[in-house]
Ligand binder design. Structure first.
Ligand SMILES: [Zn+2]
Length: 113
């Protein structure tokens, strides 16, 4: 499971930050997920609950923000918001697309009480 691995890595990262910054408690973590990253936001939140269960981070609020990805058509150079369910160019219906943004998953904010 892709999301579980991501949450595991994120937990390690958050703990590293807590150690470096000498933080005992974090109230909220915000993660930004690109719509072309292949990560399911709901599933990611479920996995976070699973990996933090019984840890010092189990009560931390976990917020996933979805960022709409954009793509470019290699046939007509149109740039548009990509819809993973319909990967065709809205202008020429071409299917040769290259993603521009939205493939990343970033730890956007850690809020301290
Ligand atoms: Zn096109």
């Amino acid at each position: 499971m892709h999301e579980l691995g991501i949450c595991d890595a994120m937990l390690k990262m958050v703990r590293g930050i807590m150690k470096d910054e000498e933080l005992d408690v974090i109230s909220r973590i915000t993660v930004e997920v690109g719509s072309l990253s292949g990560v399911m936001p709901n599933f990611l939140a479920d996995c976070w609950v699973a990996v933090t269960d019984g840890t010092e981070l189990q009560d931390t609020e976990f917020v996933v923000e979805e960022l709409a990805g954009t793509a470019k058509c290699l046939d007509c150079d149109a740039e548009f918001v990509a819809d993973l369910n319909d990967l065709t160019c809205p202008r020429c219906r071409g299917t040769k697309l290259t993603p521009l943004t939205g493939r990343d998953l970033t730890l956007k904010e850690i809020r301290v009480p």
